[in-house]
Structure formats: C-alpha cells, structure tokens
Design a protein around this ligand. Structure first.
Ligand code: ATP
Length: 320
C-alpha cells in the first residue's frame, strides 16, 4: 500500500506511575516511548499501513531501544540516524489533578535536534504518498534546515504534505517565537490538524467559532481538522465544513490520542487521496480516526494502546 513518511522527533517520555501528581511530587516514573511523529508512524503500521519514520536518536540504549520498537511495530526504519555524541531526548510529562499537562525536557541539545540535511534519506520521501511532520523539528538548527529540505523534496515529488504542529511552548524561546515558527510553514501543507487549544493559542480567539478557525485557513489547504478530545473533531474544506462526534470510552491516559487520530486519518487518505472532495467519505474517515483516538486513551502510554483496524471497527459498530 502507498507509503506514509513521518518526520521528526522520537524520544522517551517519563510518566509518573500514578495519575494526577506534579513532576515534583512524583515518586517513580515509567519509561514510555514517544515523540508525536514516531507515534503517528506506529499508528499507521498498527492499522496495516505502510509507514516509515525519519529522525535522529542518540547512539545509546534509549535510541536503539526506540529504533527496535519501531522496527518491531512494522515501521520502516531506514531513515533513522544515530548521533555519536548527543543523547536521545527525554521528556518528563505529567497530567496534574487539575487536568493541566506539565512538561520538562532534557535537550541540550538532544540527538533529534542534530539531524542534518545531508543525512536525509530523500529517496524514501520521494517515494511516499504523504509526508507528515510537526513543529518541534523547526525549533533549532541543523534540524530546521533538514526539515525544510525534506518538505521541499516532498513537494517537488508531488507528495501530499500533512502538518500537526503539536505546540510545545517550553521548547521555544517565547510564545511569539512559537507562533511565528509554527506559522512559518503554514502555507506548505495540504492538510493541517490542530486541537482546540492550539487554535486558541494561534488565533487568540474562541476555537468554538468557525470564523476563528477559518482565520487559520490557507488557500493551499485541502483540509483543516480541529480535534477536541472526547468531543471528536470538526473539519473545514473549501466546499464544506462540519463536525464528527467522538466516542465514549473508559479513558485512562490521553497521551498520543492526537497521534492515533492522525495516523488513522492519513492511512485513510493514503488509500483514497480524493477523500476530501466527498463529504460522506471524509466523515467516514474521521469517524474511524475518532474511534482510533478514543481507543488509544484506554491504556497507559502512546504506543501500547494504539488500536488495530478490527478494534476501531468494533467500537464504531457498538456505538451505532
Ligand atoms: P494529544 O496531544 O494528547 O496527543 P491532541 O490534543 O492532539 O492529543 P485530542 O483532541 O486530545 O488531540 O484528541 C484527538 C482525538 O482523539 C479526538 O478528536 C478524539 O477523537 C479522540 N479522543 C481524545 N481524547 C478522548 C477521550 N477522552 N475520549 C474519547 N476520545 C478521545
């Protein structure tokens, strides 16, 4: 099936072993593989799709563990590089009792930030149907230049571009720098997925209002998706807009729900690139993506909880 290449960071999330504590209060941490673009690649592979990951990790225990996990998950790992000096990135993450997420990153610099343009497997990108990326790879050089070169190669080869900014404010010098950096590649994408919170951050407006969302529209887009946790998602195209409801599940950990959603949606697009011209087909794909996002919240960690096709189809059937 058509290949989807996901580009960016792969890292270790350290997550408190109990829910609802601050990082300072936490006594023990569980080691959870993460990095949104790596999660997306795993989500696609779990659904039976053809996914590749491009990024850099440290030539250390964690880096090799992550690369092996991707391989075991069925993701093409030819584009993974290992940095001799820098370490695999670490992120300590917790969901506090008040529902706010707290992040602390160890990147000084970490291996993912050191991917160079010369290390890119461009033939992998040019073969793809879809090239997917986030914004963390835009924060510093040399990775930023590698990211820009990869996008350019993809565009020239007629590959569809997919962007999930995944705003991580503590990684940017300032909120203004984050807004500008994230928007600097806005017009390149064919589809963009943002969350309600990200709409609010990027527009400083009310994300529930369609005209606020549409202020993010670019005429190069084929589709803009806004996700809103258990509520599901809204979609915006040139011709139509609407909402697709989410699914009720027993949520334990929402980490990676957005990535499960994106992976599922991209897999549907890879199979039918004209999806966004047909509102019914689009809604069906987003229903499937909502189901995948929902299931991914029912277990701890981003990757272990990724659903296969049958699980997602079952949830949709049960809800009918
Ligand atoms: P994250 O950054 O946590 O990976 P996100 O903020 O990018 O996620 P969300 O809007 O939280 O994205 O979730 C993406 C999709 O996953 C939602 O549109 C929805 O379909 C599903 N989802 C997320 N949380 C829940 C939940 N608690 N119950 C059911 N479905 C959920």
């Amino acid at each position: 099936s058509p290949m989807i290449v996901s580009f960016g960071e792969m890292l270790i999330d350290f997550v408190p072993d109990v829910a609802g504590v601050s990082l300072a209060e936490s006594y023990a941490f569980i080691k959870a593989p993460g990095g949104a673009p790596a999660n997306v690649a795993c989500a696609i592979a779990k659904l039976g799709g053809n996914a590749a990951f491009i990024g850099k990790v440290g030539d250390d225990e964690f880096g090799h563990m992550l690369a092996d996990l991707l391989k075991k998950s069925g993701v093409n790992s030819d584009g993974i590089c290992f940095d001799k000096d820098a370490r695999t990135a670490l992120a300590f993450v917790t969901l506090k009792a008040d529902g706010q997420r707290e992040f602390m990153f160890y990147r000084s610099p970490s291996a993912d930030m050191l991917l160079k343009e010369s290390e890119l497997k461009l033939d992998l990108i040019k073969q793809a149907k879809i090239f997917h990326y986030g914004s963390i790879s835009l924060i510093s050089e040399p990775c930023k230049s590698a990211h820009m070169a990869a996008m350019k190669a993809a565009k020239q080869a007629g590959v569809l571009l997919s962007y999930d900014p995944n705003v991580r404010l503590p990684l940017w010098p300032s909120p203004e720098a984050a807004r500008d950096g994230i928007k600097s590649i806005w017009d390149q994408a064919d589809f963009v997925k943002v969350s309600d919170d990200e709409v609010e951050f990027l527009t400083k407006g009310d994300p529930k209002k369609d005209d606020v969302v549409m202020s993010l529209w670019n005429d190069n887009f084929k589709l803009l998706i806004v996700t809103d946790g258990p509520e599901g998602c809204r979609y915006f195209t040139k011709k139509f807009k609407g909402k697709v409801n989410g699914y009720k599940v027993k949520t334990i950990d929402t980490t990676g729900a957005g990535d499960a959603f994106v992976g599922a949606f991209l897999q549907a697009v890879a199979k039918d690139p004209n999806l966004f011209n047909d509102e019914n087909k689009l809604k069906e794909a987003l229903m499937f993506a909502n189901a995948c996002g929902a299931i991914s919240t029912t277990q701890k960690g981003a990757i272990p909880s990724l659903p296969d096709k049958a699980q997602a189809e079952n949830l949709i059937k049960e809800a009918k």
